[in-house]
Design a protein around this ligand. Structure first.
Ligand code: ZN
Length: 177
């Protein structure tokens, strides 16, 4: 397993629409998934999409757990979601702060659906359906955007909804804890 280099804002790969994964049994796929998981853990992320490591495939990892960047994150096993789809969503939306491994040092207030129903193929090739809520739903929507060439900054309503990571740690995390 290896930690991969994360593409940063400005890199064209982050603006491309990723291609469907056609061959789930491709031997390389398992290695890519392992490397993505190693990378998201090493960098204190809670999710990472393949385009962020310059692989323009419809695949991402959700790996929520409390860490330095997200101390209040719920804990889950790192999960690979291949060819993910958003099936349906609640009407209600929630605004909360997001960051991104490809946009280091910046947080932004982003509105997301609170409840979503999703479908994806897991690394064993099984089709899965799941309901995700709140923080988990937020991670999915953030990572799904990466597959469409969208970054969270595109969804921030105003530049006054941006903050540096340092300031975020000072203000927001102190309030929550
Ligand atoms: Zn991101």
């Amino acid at each position: 397993m290896g930690v991969l280099q994360v593409a940063q804002l400005g890199n064209d790969v982050l603006r491309c629409k990723a291609q469907p994964v056609n061959n789930i049994s491709d031997k390389n796929l398992g290695g890519i998934i392992d490397n993505l998981i190693a990378t998201v853990i090493e960098t204190n992320g809670v999710g990472i999409a393949a385009p962020q490591v310059s692989i323009s495939d419809r695949l991402f990892i959700m790996a929520s757990r409390p860490n330095l960047r997200y101390p209040n994150a719920p804990k889950m096993e790192p999960t690979a979601m291949i060819n993910p789809r958003l099936i349906s969503h609640s009407e209600d939306r929630v605004k909360d702060w997001e960051g991104c491994l490809s946009v280091p040092g910046i947080r932004g207030l982003v509105s997301r659906y609170r409840v979503i129903n999703v479908e994806y193929t897991n690394r064993e090739g099984k089709l899965k359906r799941q309901e995700l809520t709140d923080f988990m739903a937020r991670i999915f929507q953030h990572e799904y955007d990466h597959l469409e060439g969208i970054v969270f900054l595109d969804r921030v309503e105003s530049t006054t909804d941006l903050m540096t990571e340092d300031e975020y740690q000072k203000q927001i995390l102190q309030l929550k804890n």
